[in-house]
Write a protein that binds this ligand. Sequence first.
Ligand code: SAM
Length: 499
Amino acid sequence: MSKWQKNKFLIVSLQSQKQKMASESIIEEKKQGQALYTNDKVGNTKKLFIESYGCQMNLNDSEIVASILSDVGFNTTTILEEADLVLVNTCSIREKAEQTIRKRLQKYNRVRRINPEMKIGVLGCMAERLKTKFLEEEKMVDLVVGPDAYRDLPNLVKEVESGKDAINVILSKEETYGDVSPIRLNTNGVSAFISITRGCDNMCTFCVVPFTRGRERSRDPQSILKEAQDLWEKDYKEITLLGQNVDSYLWYGGGLKKDFKKASEIAQVTAVDFSKLLEMVAEALPKMRIRFATSNPQDMSIDVLHTMAKFENICKYIHLPVQTGSSRMLKRMNRQHTREEYMDLIDNIRKIIPNCAISQDMITGFCGETEEDHKDTLSLMEYVKYDFGFMFAYSERPGTLAANKMEDDVPLETKKRRLSEIINLQQKHGLYRMQKFVGKTMEVLIEGNSKKSDMQWMGRNSQNAVAVFPKGNEKIGDLVLVNIEDCTSATLIGTRNKL
Ligand code: SAM
């Protein structure tokens, strides 16, 4: 079995096992790799086909790209064959993600035989990781653009239209696209993402993100507030503040987080941290539901928990990846906290926000993981009893510290068994958490039709659990009270409370 076949086999998320649990960390399954579209702008004549893979930040980046290209004559299309420009926003987090993109590129190239004028471009993390390799070796693409170079797209597209290849993979110290108004793609008109930080400084040894998205920088709070206000005026009811590590947000006038200590005294004392930002948004838009993702345990402060508890409109849900329950493995992963410190944080969340849902990301079979370490993961899961989870087998990524310095030594069969053990345990805990809602009445924000029946609405409660209930005279975007009468491990089943 080749290396990528092994990984394809191994990298089983909860979703691929058809256990539909919600998570903030990954684009909704139905939007992964789907052609993204928005309303046409009058006067635009060129056609852009754009797909996004990977995390929600990628989807939000695709919205920024659509906005930049809309200003130079492109409307979106969902018909590949008629596209003038095909863009794929890529993910490098695991090897399987990259293999999926390669297959898509082969597909685009087959279509190009019918439409030879079509230009093909790769955006995002894979573009940043492979750079000129795409143009030189693969000959499948005309355009390669890294996550910090989207403003250059109008120039790069012109180059490509004149028959040349074009590339910009320069990472930036300042770029946050703060002044670009994203064009919402495939939107339900109810929930939208707002990026608040870019890049990541954590240097987890398994992770490729710092190399593909650059160093961490935060976006001006005023531009975040403006975008949130704009969404409210367009009738959106829920926003998710996005970043690789939102709790590390720090605005001191612009620049890299690592340079904060070099800033002037006045810039340091007037700096806005994540808890302050949350408060500013929650106060400015008291009827807007506010979510955020992803939280990194090492940076989550008690202040953030108090802010969450204080404001009703901040949803009671934290996505708090831990990756492993073993302090030894946390150290090897360079996660900057121990198992005990993580458990203390969980205790604080339960104390300060008793009704808060918590979800995890876990990696099984990281370099050197023993049976003891795996048992520590299972026992930590028993301690927390997570509401949701995303679990992955370790996939070695070129260029990371783990790939350079550690041996990927856990056998395939062992990774697979450990992964299925944690998935089974998560499913048990998911059901346990869902059952706690049965018999209660809760606010649900209606997002659309239930997948199973047009006669039912689907929405989410504050804790991000999906609820379905029979339709009455409500509409999409209404916040309604639902009596929860039954559940599965993934869905709450209820009826509208009419009182
Ligand atoms: N910034 C978040 C953090 O550090 O906790 C999330 C980063 S990543 C976009 C989402 C998840 O992918 C991670 O939490 C981790 O579980 C998983 N992941 C990252 N690198 C991986 C790798 N090399 N192999 C398998 N899973 C990986």
